[in-house]
Design a protein around this ligand. Sequence first.
Ligand SMILES: [Zn+2]
Length: 63
Amino acid sequence: MERQTEFQVQCPFCGEHIWMEFYPEDGQQQETIVDCEVCCNPILYTVTFSSRGETRVTADRAQ
Ligand SMILES: [Zn+2]
């Protein structure tokens, strides 16, 4: 079974839904800051890949 690499997240600034790609090869725990393509504010993405194949993605305002 192929792992999910695309995740829909909601921008914490403007509420827009954004598709982001994350790969477990980049690490089980990932933190990355990407500017929202709609409102251009910096979003901090926290990504956790569990060993059972579950993925958690959260989006917060980067300071
Ligand atoms: Zn936004």
